[in-house]
Design a protein around this ligand. Sequence first.
Ligand code: SF4
Length: 257
Amino acid sequence: MKDTVSHQAIEYLNYLKEQGISHVPRTVKRQAPPPRPQPASRSTAAQSPPHTPGQMPPNGADALPKPALSIPAALQPIANEIAACHRCPLAATRTYTVPGQGPLQPDILFVGEGPGADEDAQGIAFIGRAGKLLTKMITAMGYTREEVFLGNIVKCRPPGNRAPTREEMADCIPYLKQQIAIIQPKTIICMGATAARGLVQETLPIGKARGHWREFEGIPVMLTFHPAYLLRDPRKKKDCWADLKAVLTRLDKAPPK
Ligand code: SF4
């Protein structure tokens, strides 16, 4: 007991000394030193503030995709890793991560640039205006949305819908590559310049590169326009449809009349 008291007294004097107080009058009443901030462990420092399930997580928090999102079990560990990812600055401004969704071994994996505002709010790829157009394109090809895989180069929304930076793409692309190794799509369609640059290092502008085949890990990759661009310039839909028909031919599917 005596040892405990003297230890506390020494600790208190050390505390006062740290505060620049070198003399203590006899009348000073002992006050407990305020709690010192505990150094964060590596694991807790890396963690985000908790959020109540069912509530919108704060920016930068672990942004788990909504439970309604259907992700094959084999892809769930990557989705979990993405949800906790803070590798690049986009983690600070996202609402939900958007890992992408669809079945394993689909005929087609569509790859876009990154989530927009609607996707960020829901954690689901291609559900905004561009997503609705993409759904029409998929239907016109003779598929449903659920039969193809929809993904992006970056899994968090760049603020203001700007293009992701080279560094952000480099940080995020390993996730897509891991996903592709598991998904094993028969073909990939890169939509827009960012997707083409990110996945197959395309250097040509998309207007020149579209309609051409490239390859990723032995999988044929078609380059075409992003549906968001088609919304801005509907005249390019004809070219895009020609690219999609080339994919169907490669898959030995008759393009719908
Ligand atoms: S964009 Fe990709 S790398 Fe950046 S924080 Fe999100 S998941 Fe991580």
